[in-house]
Design a protein around this ligand. Structure first.
Ligand code: ADP
Ligand code: DP6
Ligand code: CO
Length: 385
């Protein structure tokens, strides 16, 4: 997370207030979270593991202002106002942070009546900061609700910005748990690098939060490439999709009991050993199983489209290459993963990325895809063979 200053004083309608701005990164899971055991507290059916991407590229920037002259809490997402009170997730996150601010104010008033904040408030006859309304303005610099984890960076930015605005000194664990109340995947965006969301077992959710597996610097040559196939909003949001899966898929219980626990262990090993082949195979198999479980849901959920499948073929083609001189296989050098949407995330080591991009540009010339003004001509018959 990137912060210029934790919070700055502002004047609005001749009344003092505060503003805080935060930029947060997205994270892309390599062991997927898909299924809740408690949908109010957003407690998952399984632990998950992800890589937080650099926020220089895909990010959410959120500014929050608090002023005693505001009359309601409001939120603008990508320039359009949303009904904040209609979202239990938004109100849950805000309520929790307000509660912590209130606690801090109570401590302040009992221990330090002469604190600058108390004196300032008393002088202006205004209620404490926890009682002021807030205005939130958030922008994603990438497609929202298209399977590129906008809910993750979005809620991570919201809770960090509000925590700064309220001048709270809470731990990353606590911040992760509050972000989780907004969107499960958001609890992982609180950390950079390689992150595990430990599912926990307690009904209260007190043990369900993200922990760092390794910092970004642990594997600096690992890179992520985003192939935007479609920037359209998905027809099945993650929340409703996973709820139908839990209710209807017969493969799902097997995935949760037999597959995921082993994969979490193996994936952590692959990351800690910087073993790309192991990491790549697990990542691709995990993506495949997640989409298989979506297909096993009734009614079935199709997140990938023809272009997504063509990208899988291209990765397979790339990974099947043989060295012309030695005649030896070049090995698994690229991995794909797809979240709840058609867009691909490619993981590869730095020295391979350029070669792969050249292949992508050759097979998918500019204009390919379902972003505005584009089409998918399939000139090389990737879909047919
Ligand atoms: P994605 O794959 O992009 O995460 P989801 O279906 O999980 O898609 O979540 C999309 C929803 O997340 C949006 O409809 C919106 O409610 C919420 N969201 C996305 N970006 C933000 C943001 N910057 N601030 C607050 N909420 C956001
Ligand atoms: C496929 O975190 O978006 O991206 O908790 O209901 O907001 P809610 O769902 P969300 O689900 C993410 C699903 C996924 C896999 C993952 O990120 O682990
Ligand atoms: Co999401």
């Amino acid at each position: 997370m990137d912060q210029v200053a934790k919070r700055v004083p502002i004047v609005y309608n001749n009344v003092m207030g505060y503003e805080s701005t935060v930029t947060s990164p997205v994270n892309i899971a390599v062991v997927k979270y898909w299924g809740k055991r408690n949908s109010e507290l957003i407690l998952p059916t399984n632990s998950s593991l992800s890589c937080t991407l650099s926020q220089d590229h895909l990010n959410t920037k959120t500014s929050i202002r608090a002023s005693p002259s505001y009359t309601s809490d409001r939120l603008w997402l990508n320039g359009f106002e949303e009904d904040l009170y209609a979202s239990a997730r938004l109100t849950n996150c805000i309520r929790e942070l307000r509660r912590l601010r209130k606690e801090k104010e109570n401590e302040l008033s009992s221990s330090d009546l002469a604190s600058p904040e108390n004196l300032e408030a008393a002088e202006h006859h205004v209620p404490p900061l926890s009682e002021w309304c807030i205005h939130v303005a958030s922008e994603n610099n990438f497609p929202t609700a298209a399977g590129l984890a906008s809910s993750a960076s979005g809620y991570a930015a919201l809770v960090q910005a509000l925590s700064n605005l309220y001048d709270l000194s809470i731990s990353l664990t606590q911040l992760s748990m509050i972000a989780r109340l907004g969107s499960g995947s958001a609890c992982r965006s609180v950390y950079g690098g390689f992150v595990e969301w430990q599912a926990g077992i307690l009904p209260s959710g007190e043990d369900s939060y993200a922990v760092s597996v390794a910092p970004e610097t642990h594997w600096p040559t690992l890179q992520a490439l985003i192939l935007v196939v479609s920037d359209k909003k998905k027809s099945t949001p993650s929340t409703s999709g996973m709820s139908t899966t839990v209710k209807t898929s017969e493969l799902f219980p097997i995935r949760i009991s037999e597959v995921v626990p082993k994969r979490i262990i193996q994936m952590k090993e692959a990351i800690l050993q910087r073993d790309f082949t192991k990491f790549a195979l697990l990542t691709m198999k995990e993506s495949n199983q997640f989409h298989a479980v979506c297909l096993d849901t009734y009614p079935p959920i199709f997140y990938m489209n023809d272009i997504s499948r063509a990208i899988i073929k291209l990765v397979d083609l790339f990974n099947s290459q043989v060295d012309e001189i030695t005649k030896k296989p070049k090995g698994i050098r690229v991995a794909y993963t797809f979240d709840a949407g058609p867009n691909a995330v490619i993981y590869a080591e730095k020295d391979v990325i350029k070669e792969f991009i050249e292949l992508v540009m050759y097979f998918f010339p500019r204009g390919t895809g379902q972003t505005s003004n584009s089409f998918f001509p399939d000139p090389f018959g990737l879909l047919k063979s």
